[in-house]
Write a protein that binds this ligand. Structure first.
Ligand code: C2O
Ligand code: CU
Length: 498
């Protein structure tokens, strides 16, 4: 009992299986919204900052009165936020004190291949005995360290990036147990704008989880009471959906805000759940959200939305003007794709007047235009269910992932169009590049496709074309579905920039 929730399919729903918590859940909107601590560098030189992160087991009070074991960067979930300047290198040394090998990927980073967190470039457990097995899938994998230095040159625009685990076949359970954090990149172009800042800029990492009787996170393959096949539960290949919505690691939290504009950097860090966010009540006389940015930073110009659909790994930079609500208002961030508890995300309590010092300019950022005429090739990829050996899995172009097969070889500097088709929802992410959505369903891009993207919400029966320039670095990179269970069950492939 418990695991077999409804199978959810179709354009309106997430793809996944609901995992039900087995302990009483707290009332929503009681826990204050935590903001992840910003990590201090251990050293700075004229053009680089050096950070050290220890990946370790810890316990956290996620549900009030309950201790939950987690895997955390610095023992916290979310991990600490790293804040960088565009063009200034961040060197992050990760030490693995977890019981399993790990891989760190900076999602959205324009990163040289050897620091990109290729899925078999493992950081071995400091106390572990995994060495003999660690490289078995990929003879080229670098498997010697318990500590690894990742170098991020960050020659890219200001953006909401995030870092998370990326180990082959085990990304879903590792991220679920807590291995995810923000990495914000700032630049002068963005700083020159009068956007809400300081305490009026809130990073919001939204992620769903389910909990076992003992307070631990309930993930099918790590739940010893469940029958497993090859270490995975057959029924969860669609994706794991929890029944508790966490924001920055707190269940349905509440934030007190002044009656002013706030910038919400929304990240969907859920394994499989899609959200359709709206405000309840909607603001009188206007739309809930002014979108100022997407995955890879500011839009050229703001766009307004009364609701915003967010697929796994997508980021939406949204400004909400709480000045439109009377003092004392309770404004709930709701999820129109959810039901029961998952229909709510968090609450804002408008508690006080304050001086407004922000506004949203009509022009935000200069964005390099990319159009069809620049493309040297159009490639097509289909994302579908399929068999992997004797079990159900997921494929790209008919193949499950293999680290030894290169599927695509874009030439350094070339502009390419990639066309994606799907059987069910798949949020598709490309490493290294940012892209623009050219079309959706052979029409104009959708309302949430604007700007510089690195993840696109691919839907059944609706082809999407994206255009990207493969510049900066040569080497082997991954592209994959960011439904982490789909990714772990084969929906990943390699491209090699040459
Ligand atoms: Cu956020 Cu390849 O991942
Ligand atoms: Cu998928």
């Amino acid at each position: 009992a418990g695991l077999a929730g409804p199978r959810l399919f179709g354009p309106a729903a997430a793809t996944g299986e609901l995992v039900v918590s087995r302990l009483p859940l707290p009332a929503p909107f009681q826990v204050p919204l935590p903001i992840p601590a910003v990590l201090n560098p251990v050293a700075r030189n004229p053009d680089a900052d050096r950070y050290e992160i220890v990946q370790r087991e810890a316990t956290m009070e996620i549900l009030p009165g309950t201790r939950t074991p987690i895997w955390g960067y610095q023992g916290t979930f979310p991990g600490p936020t790293i804040e960088s300047r565009s063009g200034r290198t961040a060197v992050v040394v990760h030490r693995n004190e977890l019981p399993v090998p790990t891989v760190v990927h900076l999602h959205g980073g324009h990163t040289p291949a050897d620091s990109d967190g290729y899925t078999t470039d493992l950081v071995l457990p400091a106390g572990g005995t995994h060495t003999a097995h660690a490289g078995m899938h990929d003879p080229a994998a670098k498997v010697t360290q318990v500590e690894r230095e990742y170098v991020y040159p960050l020659r890219q625009k200001a953006a909401t990036l995030w870092y998370h685990d990326h180990r082959m076949d085990f990304t879903g359970p590792a991220v679920y147990r807590g291995l995810a954090g923000f990495h914000l990149v700032r630049d002068d172009e963005e700083d020159s704008l009068p956007l809400p800042r300081g305490e009026r800029e809130l990073p919001l990492m939204i992620a769903d989880r389910a909990f076992a009787e003992d307070g631990s996170m309930r993930y099918p393959s790590i739940d010893p009471t469940l029958h497993t096949v090859h270490g995975v539960e057959e029924s969860y290949v669609e994706g794991v959906l929890g029944d508790v919505i966490l924001v920055n690691g707190a269940p349905w939290p509440v934030a007190e805000v002044s009656a002013t504009r706030y910038r919400l950097r929304v990240l969907n860090a859920s394994n499989a759940r899609r959200y359709d966010l709206a405000l309840d009540p909607p603001p009188p006389g206007g739309q809930a959200f002014t979108q100022i940015g997407s995955d890879q930073g500011l839009l050229d110009a703001p766009r307004v939305h009364d609701h915003v659909t967010v697929a796994p790994a997508e980021r939406f930079d949204l400004v909400v003007d709480f000045g439109r609500y009377p003092i004392g208002s309770e404004v709930t961030l709701v999820n129109r794709l959810g039901a029961g508890g998952t229909a709510h995300v968090m609450r804002f309590r408008v508690t006080r007047r304050a001086t407004e010092d922000s506004h949203i300019p009509d022009r935000l950022a200069d964005i390099e235009p990319l159009d069809r005429t620049q493309a040297t090739v159009t490639r097509e990829f289909s994302f579908r269910g399929g068999r992997i050996g004797d079990r159900h899995g997921w494929t790209i172009g008919g193949h499950p992932f293999s680290p030894t097969r290169t599927d695509v070889r874009p030439r350094l500097g070339d502009v390419e169009i990639w066309r994606f088709v799907a059987d069910v929802h798949h949020p598709i992410h490309l490493h290294l590049v940012h892209f623009r959505v050219l079309s959706r369903g052979d029409r104009e891009p959708g309302p949430y496709d604007a700007g510089r993207k690195d993840t696109v919400d691919l839907r059944p029966g609706e082809a999407v074309e994206v255009i990207a320039r493969f510049d900066g670095y040569r080497g082997r990179y991954m592209f994959h579905c960011h439904n982490l269970e789909h990714e772990d069950m084969g929906m990943m492939a390699n491209f090699e920039v040459f």
